[in-house]
Design a protein. Structure first.
Lengths: 114, 110
């Protein structure tokens, strides 16, 4: 069964450092998303991406965040200068036809900012 | 922004019993989806119900949707210890994103 893969599974970084979280969506999917989940809290929408541009972003997705699809397979989330409150699980998801079908989520990257 | 609120926040039952979780939301939707999350793991899609549907089944799962009350319920019948997880509803309106509810933590005791 096709799946969304995320790397790394766990990343520890110092406050102020840049991190790049990587995702390989399902190959024929066209819609890509990033979500995050602070420990024990709800899953929060960060950004959606379609046709090589951001479709929508939340208030959380400020200037410190950026997304990119550098080639035909990878989809990355960059945090330029990490803060302690960026510590969370970050989930990538892809969907064939946007929100009208189920999204397939990766296993997540646990980001710990120290 | 639109948000699903789930009830109860936590539920503990014995194996074999049924588990019912409820979700309420605020605005019009195109569809509503239920996801499962094992501790510290990714989100697994369980079932999708469209706004013009009232009930849907998948195996031991039964989902209902009442758009007049802006609510949905997920019923897991004959629960198993392996059903222990957090369950989230997520709504899709006319924008291209899922908005997740707060989740219900289900514990099934053998």
């Amino acid at each position: 069964e096709p799946e969304v893969t995320q790397t790394p599974s766990h990343q520890v970084t110092q406050m102020g450092q840049e991190v790049i979280l990587r995702c390989v969506p399902i190959s024929n999917h066209l819609y890509f998303y990033w979500y995050r989940q602070i420990l024990g809290q709800k899953v929060e929408f960060l950004v959606s991406f379609y046709n090589n541009e951001i479709s929508e972003k939340s208030e959380i997705f400020d200037d410190q965040f950026s997304v990119e699809r550098p080639d035909g397979s990878n989809f990355t989330l960059k945090i330029r200068s990490t803060k302690l409150e960026d510590s969370a699980m970050y989930f990538c998801a892809s969907s064939e036809t946007g929100g009208f079908t189920e999204a397939f989520f990766g296993q997540g990257t646990r980001l710990t900012v120290v | 922004s639109q948000q699903g609120e789930e009830d109860p926040q936590a539920l503990s039952i014995q194996e074999g019993e049924n588990a019912t979780m409820n979700c309420s939301y605020k605005t019009s939707i195109n569809n509503l989806q239920w996801y499962r999350q094992n501790s510290g793991r990714g989100l697994v899609h369980l079932i999708l119900i469209r706004s013009n549907e009232r009930e849907k089944h998948s195996g031991r799962l039964r989902v209902t949707l009442d758009t007049s009350k802006k609510s949905s319920s997920l019923l897991i019948t004959a629960s198993r210890a392996a059903d222990t997880a957090s369950y989230f509803c997520a709504t899709v309106d006319n924008t291209d994103k899922l908005i997740f509810g707060t989740g219900t933590r289900l514990q099934v005791f053998p």
